[in-house]
Design a protein around this ligand. Structure first.
Ligand SMILES: C[S@@+](CC[C@H](N)C(=O)[O-])C[C@H]1O[C@@H](n2cnc3c(N)ncnc32)[C@H](O)[C@@H]1O
Length: 249
């Protein structure tokens, strides 16, 4: 744990201290954001939040169980994802969508998850490596995901044309969704920048088949960025699609 903590501190250019029995409040006297290395994973504390952020697969396990039981997953359908696909998740967050995508694309596919916020990327990358569950397929899916801590525009600019089947965006919503949502603990650390037309243009160049965006069903971003919104939105959010490969399903 000490070795991991020291190397994270070095990578982030921050101080490493032994926590001993310091309370979270005492830790916040040192900094508003504190990353704690524990033997069960990383925990990120923000002075702006009551609860720490730690990795949990959230709805991903349930979604995988449903797919195994024969149900369709709306994101998987919106993306037209299939075994062997390459999936670029430009907004990794908790990694739930990437886990489901990795389960579907399988060991012949590839999932790369981009997260601009270093703390979030570190917590999620660590969790994806160590989380255990009796659902073996989900664990294998987690282990296959490649996490890169980078702004998606920087990454997309470096990608070759048509280098991923699907490029996916799930930016932070501007309309607040219920406070109890699964990404609530991530909020104090997240990047709230609106998705830019420039990133979408790059995504269109990088995607072989589709660029997909999840957003609030009333978001003006679908029109602003040229996505065709899925007509049916049972929930607060829906998906928008840009077909780039002329392979509509
Ligand atoms: C709504 S969350 C994504 C949730 C994710 N789809 C899941 O299933 O857990 C959006 C995430 O994207 C990150 N993000 C926002 N803008 C980004 C950018 N330009 N590059 C990389 N990550 C970004 C945020 O920090 C946040 O963690």
């Amino acid at each position: 744990m000490r070795t991991q903590a020291r190397s994270l501190a070095e990578a982030f250019g921050v101080r490493f201290i032994e926590r001993r029995n310091l309370s979270v409040n005492r830790l916040h006297e040192l900094d508003d954001e504190v990353l704690v290395v524990t033997d069960s994973g990383l925990r990120a504390y923000s002075a702006k939040a009551d609860a720490p952020f730690f990795f949990h697969p959230s709805m991903a396990l349930l979604r995988i169980k449903r797919i195994l039981g024969g149900d369709t997953d709306v994101m998987v359908r919106a993306c037209g994802l299939r075994t062997g696909d390459t999936f670029l998740d430009c907004t990794l967050g908790l990694g739930s969508d990437s886990i489901v995508a990795s389960f579907v694309t399988g060991d012949t596919g590839r999932v790369v998850g981009l997260e601009s916020e270093q703390i979030l990327a570190a917590v999620v990358a660590d969790g994806l490596k160590r989380y255990e569950s009796p659902l073996v397929e989900a664990v294998q899916a987690m282990r296959r995901i490649e996490v890169v801590s980078i702004h998606h525009l920087t990454f997309l600019r470096q990608c070759e044309n048509n280098s991923f089947d699907i490029v996916y965006f799930d930016p932070m919503f501007f309309q607040a969704i219920a406070a109890s949502d699964s990404i609530a603990p991530l909020r104090p650390f997240a990047n709230y920048e609106p998705l830019t037309a420039e990133a979408v243009e790059e995504a269109k160049r990088v995607a072989r088949r589709r660029v997909v965006m999840k957003n609030h069903r009333d978001s003006v971003d679908f029109n602003r960025l040229g996505f065709v919104r899925l007509p049916k939105a049972e929930r607060a959010f829906t998906y928008g699609i840009i077909e780039v490969g002329g392979e509509a399903q």
